[in-house]
Every structure is written in structure tokens, then in C-alpha cells.
Design a protein around this ligand. Structure first.
Ligand code: IMP
Ligand code: MG
Length: 181
């Protein structure tokens, strides 16, 4: 198996990620079977998890993509700007946001707030990983894959400077590798 030198250890294997997707898929199928939900993938980190998750949800649905970027300006969620690829019509829809990780909570707080202003019927959040120790805004995801301590992770969509997204597992990065040129 391809394990680059920068990976200190594997935190979640492909099999553990598959288990987690299966479990979340079952819960979401149960909760959304009669709702025709709109699943929203937060690019780019959640893309691989999202592709696996939507195929594990066995009910009618639609999906779309959003992206966040840093923003100069302050609101209760911090400095995050939410960009819709093409503003999806979420009026009256049950929306499920799918994110890779909830760290400070700023991104998910900003996304939930932006979506709520578009009058959906409901907004719930799924995150593959949750780092509760890093929270700086009050935000609680509705569905969580795994909780982790304060590690910097890469693989299965997670990157450091766009590297390592393609690894089929989630690994912990060696400390000195978090900063690159
Ligand atoms: P937030 O701090 O909760 O707003 O998270 C912002 C974004 O930081 C996440 O969507 C991830 O893309 C990224 N991020 C946070 N922790 C990690 C990590 O351990 N590895 C890779 N990306 C991370
Ligand atoms: Mg992200």
C-alpha cells in the first residue's frame, strides 16, 4: 500500500471509512426516505466522502456543491465566505450539508447560516470527522463519522496544500509537514 513518508500513522483504514459510510448511510436513509432531500457537498475536502455517502443513502435525493473561502469581514461565525457553484433552489427543501471535518466550526456555522437565510425546510450537517477540542464557535454537527483529537489529517479528500487527497485512508501527518512552501 502507498504510504508517503509524511504520514506518521494511519488513523482510519479504507475498511473503517467504509463502515462509517455504511452506518451514516443507514441513518440518513431512515431519516430522509420520504423527504427527497438535497445533499450539498462542501468542496473540495468532502468530495470523496460525499461520493461514497450518497451511494449509501437508499432513497430519492438530489445533490449539489458549495465551497467556502476565507473572507475579510466578521460575523458570528468568523471570517468565512460561502460560495454556491450555481445557487441551488433550496426553498422548502430538506438540506443535508456534507463536510469533511468540523474543526473550529466556522465553515459549517457560516454554511448553515447562509443556507438558513434561503428558507429551506430544514438544514442538517454530516461530517466525516469531528475535532471538538478545536471549536471556537458554538456548532454541533447532526451526524458524525468519527471523533478525533487535535491531529492534522490527510487522505480520503483531506489535504495539506492540495497534497494527499487521493490516499484511500485517513492518515495523521508528521508534525513538521503541516507547513509547506
Ligand atoms: P473549520 O475550522 O471547522 O471551519 O474547518 C475549515 C476547514 O479546515 C475544513 O473544512 C477542512 O477543509 C480544513 N481542516 C481542518 N482540519 C483539518 C485537518 O486536520 N486536515 C485537513 N484539513 C483540515
Ligand atoms: Mg473543507
Amino acid at each position: 500500500m502507498y504510504v508517503p513518508n509524511e504520514i506518521e500513522k494511519i488513523l482510519f483504514t479504507k475498511e473503517q471509512l467504509d463502515d462509517c459510510v455504511r452506518r451514516l448511510g443507514e441513518q440518513l436513509t431512515e431519516d430522509y426516505s420520504d423527504k427527497n432531500p438535497l445533499f450539498l457537498c462542501v468542496l473540495k475536502g468532502a468530495s470523496l466522502f460525499f461520493a461514497d455517502l450518497v451511494r449509501a443513502v437508499e432513497c430519492p435525493m438530489e445533490f449539489d456543491f458549495v465551497r467556502t473561502s476565507s473572507y475579510v469581514g466578521t460575523n458570528s461565525c468568523g471570517e468565512v465566505k460561502v460560495e454556491m457553484m450555481k445557487t441551488p433552489n433550496i426553498l422548502g427543501r430538506d438540506v443535508v450539508v456534507v463536510e469533511d471535518i468540523c474543526d473550529s466550526g466556522r465553515s459549517l456555522c457560516a454554511i448553515s447560516k447562509a443556507l438558513s437565510e434561503m428558507q429551506p425546510k430544514s438544514v442538517k450537517v454530516v461530517t466525516l470527522l469531528n475535532k471538538p477540542s478545536k471549536r471556537v464557535v458554538d456548532f454541533k454537527p447532526d451526524y458524525i463519522g468519527y471523533e478525533i483529537d487535535d491531529y492534522f489529517v490527510v487522505g480520503n479528500g483531506f489535504d495539506v496544500d492540495e497534497r494527499f487527497r487521493n490516499l484511500p485512508y485517513v492518515g495523521m501527518l508528521r508534525q513538521h509537514c503541516t507547513k509547506t512552501g
